[in-house]
Design a protein around this ligand. Structure first.
Ligand SMILES: Nc1ncnc2c1ncn2[C@@H]1O[C@H](COP(=O)(O)OP(=O)(O)O)[C@@H](O)[C@H]1O
Ligand SMILES: [Mg+2]
Length: 462
């Protein structure tokens, strides 16, 4: 801002100096031309009278030529003797009058000079030869003050400086105004960016117009929203984790307190309490283990360890493992893996096992006693699909997205009773997504749900 102002000031001053220089030079030059013209007119009228005695006769002509001009005219002969002088007071008649330019004129050439004594009026003089045929008979010398020109230039100088000052002030005001218009939105962006860096994500920049600045504001606002939702998720996650851990811890505390406060505990009661304690510890372990799994998946630190997996063998193993659970609840677990030849699929065995296991386990857990669960396999276009179908309560349309969120449970108490942590589906989704697959849920009201796990399958061409 200050530099901008200084540049304008310096430019204006330099311009003024240049204009003044050119102006005074051209004014001096035109005055000089005028003086030469007059000197030449006079010199033309002189030759025939260059006699000292006859000079009086031309006095009228010379005086008339210079009348009212303030120019002093002097005529000398070749011996530098003054023949005539319009300034009678100087009393130079008949005396020798020497000047450099008169010498040049007597040598046959025109000459001029400009004397600029300090603190005095500047004087301009010219001298021209008076010719009698080819012979130089004398010289006409004219001298005048150029104070008028100096005054005019001085006047213009003051005006120019005033004008420059005015322009500078105007430019100053204008640039200040401009800086308000241009810098204030930038300042706003900077202010918001500073707030963000302090962790204050609720701030938004007002978006005005469609220029680059507006686009930047939009981008920054978008970033803010993303950060805000990330921050919200983080807070929610931390509070969910604390909540989840608090419940088993509170139970453990309650059980241990009641053992401690019983004076003479019955060994059978202690046995029972210790059993309960062990269960709660198991639950805590499960939560912590699953959290660790999720954190690892989240950090994207873990790449899936791909090995060729015989998928049908894996699915059969899962169903065998879960059959006792199903039987315990009087649920029939069907399987139908007849899809013809299925080449080994490149999978991270543990992760996909965990995903399919959890989804089937859910189907068994959330189905009513005496219900059924069906696991089936299908070959699709470049993919294999595992379907897990049950006749449980189903999942309401509005909840379909949420059940994959961490700690999300439709029926909190029932899910807790079944030993659920609310993390199973979140882990399953991460595991399948990292393989390039997806999980879909379809459920029609209260007539059960179907979970479909899609995994990429590219059989070798032979
Ligand atoms: N087959 C299903 N039928 C009905 N509800 C289900 C089914 N599978 C999952 N859910 C709901 O989704 C929630 C999240 O599942 P999940 O992440 O595996 O957690 P949980 O540890 O409770 O099993 C469950 O608590 C349950 O409410
Ligand atoms: Mg589960």
């Amino acid at each position: 801002m200050a530099t901008y102002f200084a540049v304008i000031m310096i430019t204006l001053i330099l311009m003024s100096i240049y204009i003044l220089g050119v102006l005074s030079e051209s004014l001096y030059e035109s005055e000089q031309v005028k003086l030469f013209a007059k000197a030449n007119i006079i010199s033309e009228t002189l030759p025939s009278y260059m006699d000292v005695g006859k000079m009086g006769e031309v006095e009228g002509t010379v005086a008339q030529t210079l009348a009212g001009t303030g120019i002093r005219g002097v005529v000398v002969n070749t011996a530098y003797t003054v023949l005539f002088d319009t300034n009678k007071e100087a009393d130079l008649l008949g005396k020798v009058f020497m000047r450099d330019i008169i010498q040049t004129a007597l040598e046959g050439a025109q000459a001029h000079s400009l004397s600029k004594p300090e603190d005095e009026e500047h004087l301009m003089s010219v001298a021209v030869p008076v010719k009698n045929g080819d012979q130089v008979a004398g010289a006409v010398y004219l001298i005048e003050s150029v104070a008028d020109i100096d005054r005019t230039v001085g006047h213009i100088k003051i005006n120019l400086y005033l004008f420059s000052a005015l322009i500078s002030v105007l430019v100053g005001i204008l640039s200040l105004g401009m800086s308000c218009v241009v810098t204030s939105p930038v300042d706003e962006v900077i202010a918001v960016a500073k707030e963000i860096s302090k962790g204050n994500f609720e701030k938004r920049i007002p978006v005005k117009g469609h220029n680059e600045l507006a686009q930047m504001a939009q981008t920054l606002n978008f970033m803010c929203s993303e950060l805000e939702s990330l921050e919200e998720n983080r807070k929610k996650f931390v509070s969910d984790v604390s909540h989840e851990l608090k419940t088993p811890l509170a139970t453990i505390k309650l059980i241990s307190d009641s053992i401690v406060s019983t004076p003479d505990p019955d060994p059978a009661m202690i046995q029972e309490f210790l059993g309960d304690l062990s269960e709660e510890v198991d639950r805590l372990t499960r939560i912590v283990e699953r959290l660790l799994t999720l954190t690892k998946l989240d950090a994207k630190k873990e790449e899936p360890v791909l090995t060729p997996v015989d998928f049908v063998v894996m699915l059969n193993a899962i169903s065998r493992k879960l059959t006792p659970n199903a039987e315990a609840r009087g649920i029939v677990l069907y399987t139908d893996f007849s899809v013809g030849t299925l080449e080994p699929i490149m999978l991270d065995y543990d992760k996909i096992w965990e995903a399919v296991y959890n989804i089937t386990d859910n189907a068994i857990k959330y189905s009513p006693e005496g219900g059924f669960v069906k696991m089936s396999l299908e070959k699709g276009d470049g993919e294999v699909i595992v379907r897990v179908e049950d006749n449980g309560p189903g999942i309401p349309e509005a909840e379909k997205e949420h059940i994959f969120e961490r700690f999300y449970r439709l029926d909190d108490s029932r899910a807790r009773d079944t030993g659920g942590t609310g993390l199973g589906l979140a882990i399953a989704k991460e595991a399948v997504t990292m393989h390039g697959g997806k999980i879909e849920v379809s459920s029609e009201g209260e007539v059960g749900s179907i979970f479909s796990i899609h995994l990429p399958y590219k059989p070798h061409e032979q």
